[in-house]
Design a protein around this ligand. Sequence first.
Ligand code: GLN
Length: 192
Amino acid sequence: MGVKVGVLALQGDVAEHITAFREALTDRPGSSVVPVRRVADLGDLDALAIPGGESTTISRLIEKNGLYEPIAGFEGGIFATCAGMVLLADRVDDPRVRPLSLIPMHVARNAFGRQVDSREAMLDVAGLAEPFRAVFIRAPAATEVGPGVEVLARIPEGIVAVRHGRKMAFAFHPELGGDLRLHRMFLENLRV
Ligand code: GLN
């Protein structure tokens, strides 16, 4: 059966998320990937991707577009990367972000220090047979996770991949680099 994935299209690397999910869904006939800007766009989605970008800006635009309650109450799968991970938390170290509390975790923005702009690391991720080349860009990290949150990857700076039911959050950018194993894991996990 086809899957309908929405990508929150307020700010950030929206096009990369759309391309990656379209690619990951080529073997699932009847699937579609659409941008989400308004409440009505959320209606019939199986999953929502929240992109990387600037979490303070995305948070402000979520409020402005009346999307806070609808997204906080969204019951499908969520695939969040970087700024998206910040938004999914229940506590964030920056008052300009109103977290959606979709995953019980505390997240620090820019957990790698201000001077570190970006870096790559070969990361062991639970559920993947081979390491994943993770691209970190001014990345956050979870400092604490609540009950029911599965830690999928951890590095010295903190927790960088988690799963909570059908919701997954990554401090890095699986939508960049062409390796779609985490997208596939997420799509498999929607059936849970
Ligand atoms: N540091 C950014 C933020 O907290 C996230 C960076 C990114 O998404 N690449 O919004």
